[in-house]
Design a protein around this ligand. Structure first.
Ligand code: AR6
Length: 169
């Protein structure tokens, strides 16, 4: 029902109903995309995150977007890659699916994701891109408020990997 889009860019600049943050289980900020989102949203985001008592890996929690163009931020800690036999695949699927579910529950029509877990959490890029695309496509096959999901790839390599994954039927 909805469509998937891929762009190269900075997720903090994207005007959508909800952007997803590749956070950690404390939800109290960090480096990478998490740091960029907190910097762009302003200190009110951290103040709201402090009230959430963290979030387990693969689950998702929602806050306002404050100074961001996005209305909401959906925070999901992806799995840390530990060789592949610690439920990493399942947990990464959960991060994408639970984020989309939460966006739909909040009547979002447009959602943007970064490439979860492929930075300091070291999930292998090609495998993560396939999981991202497959999980998003599967979600979009069922009816929900979501019309467009954009994968916002920060670097060329990620853009290439996600673009290849989208071509797989
Ligand atoms: N827009 C889009 N993507 C970005 C941006 C941006 N502004 N900045 C970085 N990326 P990472 P993880 C890409 O490390 O692996 C944090 O400290 C980046 O190039 O941000 O899930 C958290 O607090 C990469 O492709 O997230 C956690 O502790 C992707 O986002 C931990 O890192 C994810 O890289 C989470 O690690």
């Amino acid at each position: 029902m909805g469509t998937i889009k891929i762009i190269q860019g900075d997720i903090t600049k994207i005007t959508v109903d909800a952007i997803v943050n590749a956070s950690n289980t404390t939800l109290l900020g960090g480096g990478g995309v998490d740091g960029a989102i907190h910097r762009a949203a302003g200190p009110q985001l951290l103040a709201e995150c402090r009230k959430l008592n963290g979030c387990p890996t693969g689950e998702a929690k929602i806050t306002g977007g404050y100074n961001l163009p996005a209305k909401y931020v959906i925070h999901t800690p992806g799995p840390i890659w530990r060789g592949g036999d610690h439920s990493e695949v399942q947990l990464l699927q959960n991060s994408y699916r639970n984020s989309l579910q939460l966006a739909a529950e909040n009547n979002c029509t447009t959602v943007a994701f970064p490439s979860i877990s492929t930075g300091v959490y070291h999930f292998p890029l090609d495998q993560a891109a396939q999981i991202a695309v497959t999980t998003i496509k599967r979600f979009l096959q069922q009816p929900s408020s979501i019309q467009t999901v954009t994968m916002v790839c920060f670097d060329k390599l990620t853009y290439k990997s996600v673009s290849e994954a989208v071509k797989i039927p």
